[in-house]
Write a protein that binds this ligand. Structure first.
Ligand code: ADP
Length: 476
């Protein structure tokens, strides 16, 4: 080969080529070597190479090129240069390859050190064999690498009783979907554990599924803790329910004994008087005793009816059947009925400034609630005192206020007012069962509404019932 062709090949070579004489001095270099050292040919020629020269072997040398560390792979052969034995060193820049290798090593070490069980599953074939598992996988499952490599990944969840989850994982492995499931697994020693398993597909540049990466965490402790918490909550709820029922029963019994005693004592008294003096007492007195017996029996019947109303109201709530009505007419009708019945004892006034107030209500249920509230306003205020029923619109709610100037409610009683059988401490001889407001609350809640109370002892009370309104065009 002519020497100029040979030189041209050397000069165009991407590898750096140097000729170094016996004294270690650089005698020739090509442009690639110049670029690799970042030093001009003129400066390189005549300088000492400075790296150990090993003929026939590939060694690595670290060069500082313009301050940037560069790694070159060096191969050295002997040759004759201008009549003397010299060395021809060919240098290849392997910096990028080294960096890539270092990154891969780092990633491998991270996978090895990870606390999550990591596995790589081969895709593409008929089965889905495991081709790598990390040490954490071995710890979690009890299987050693050699036990599982080549085994179909399906074995990991084959004992899981939830078939839907298993189907999801099968599909993810077959089709290469992402999947994250909680699976009940079995370790090599047969013990069970809960695993949070996530499968992620790996595809090549053409989008072909090549591998699937599985990551699993042992969540057995968490599962047990959750189960324990659920069980504790269940026990607590059932104890609470039991306590509530006990309290309800106690309140019911104390209300019954209290409320029954008075009418029964009065009946007994009237009966004894009639028995002893019936024959000699004047007709008018006898009639008074008989009237008293009748009144007390009526009162007792009323009480029993009240108790029955609770279960009737519960049924009404269950059969909740609302219709869109105008609340103004509805409230006015109820107020008029009360005005007629109580015209001698109370001044009952209805006020409403709106033209139309439409709401979706169950007539029977809302009537029961308003009747209870109006009945209480009358019952707990003295004769002649005024009672006001006001219908207002507040945002998207209709608010029915029942205002009296009666005995009022203490702060202590107000917090427990809606509990069944709870009666205020100031009711004295005013009869009642403590059930009316419990029914009111149930009924209003069924409408998606709420009841609020404001009161001051001896000054009166205001009950406000809010019910969601329906827009005039019929939409909520
Ligand atoms: P009852 O009136 O049969 O006792 P409720 O459930 O209707 O039962 O009322 C519970 C308690 O709330 C009453 O016992 C009373 O103490 C108090 N209460 C209810 N409404 C009023 C009111 N308008 N004024 C004063 N106290 C009231």
């Amino acid at each position: 080969m002519p020497s100029d062709v040979f030189l041209s090949i050397i000069n165009r070579n991407a590898d750096g080529i140097l000729v170094i004489d016996q004294q270690g001095v650089i005698r020739f270099c090509n442009p690639a070597a110049e670029a690799m050292f970042g030093i001009s040919t003129a400066a390189l020629l005549g300088t000492v190479f400075g790296f150990p020269i090993v003929v026939g072997e590939t060694t690595e040398i670290d060069i500082l090129r313009n301050g940037v560390p560069t790694t070159a792979e060096m191969r050295v052969v002997e040759l004759e240069w201008q009549g003397e034995t010299a060395h021809l060193a060919s240098l290849r820049d392997v910096t990028e390859r080294k960096q890539a290798q270092a990154a891969i090593m780092l990633r491998n070490r991270a996978i090895e050190a990870s606390a999550s069980g990591i596995m790589i599953i081969q895709a593409g074939g008929v089965t889905r064999p495991l081709m790598y598992v990390n040490p954490a996988f071995e710890v979690i499952t009890g299987y050693k690498t050699q036990d599982v490599i080549g085994r179909d990944a399906h074995f990991l969840y084959e004992c899981n009783p939830d078939m839907t989850v298993n189907q999801t994982l099968d599909n993810a492995l077959r089709e290469g979907y992402e999947a994250a499931c909680v699976v009940q697994c079995v370790r090599k020693d047969g013990s069970e554990y809960w695993s949070e398993l996530r499968l992620s597909p790996i595809r090549d540049d053409n989008g072909t599924l090549t591998h699937i990466v599985g990551v699993q965490h042992d969540i057995t402790d968490r599962k047990y803790l959750e189960a324990e918490q659920i069980e504790t909550a269940r026990i607590r709820a059932s104890l609470d329910k039991e306590r509530e029922l006990r309290e309800l029963k106690d309140r019911f019994l104390s209300m019954m004994s209290h409320e029954l005693r008075t009418p029964l004592a009065l009946i007994r008294l009237s009966h004894d008087m009639l028995h002893q003096y019936g024959r000699i007492a004047p007709e008018e007195e006898r009639q008074q005793y008989l009237d008293s017996i009748r009144a007390q029996v009526e009162h007792l019947t009323e009480m029993i009816n009240d108790v029955m109303t609770v279960s009737r109201a519960e049924r009404m709530v269950e059969d909740f059947s609302p219709e869109i009505i105008d609340l103004i007419t509805f409230c006015r009708d109820i107020v008029e009925e009360f005005q007629l019945s109580y015209s001698k004892t109370h001044r009952i006034v209805f006020e409403c400034e709106a033209r139309i107030v439409r709401a979706s209500v169950d007539r029977r249920l809302l009537r029961q609630a308003l009747t209870n509230l109006l009945g209480n306003a009358i019952k707990y205020s003295s004769e002649g005192s005024p009672i006001l029923i006001r219908l207002d619109v507040d945002g998207r709610s209709a608010v029915i206020g029942i205002v009296d100037r009666g005995i009022g409610i203490s702060d202590e009683d107000r917090t427990r007012l809606f509990e069944p059988f709870h009666r205020g401490h100031n009711v004295e001889l005013i009869p009642g069962t403590g059930l009316g407001l419990a029914i009111v609350e149930q009924a209003v809640r069924a409408h998606g509404g709420s009841v609020q109370v404001e009161s001051a002892l001896g000054q009166g009370s205001t009950f406000r019932v809010s019910i969601p309104m329906v827009a005039v065009n019929g939409r909520g």
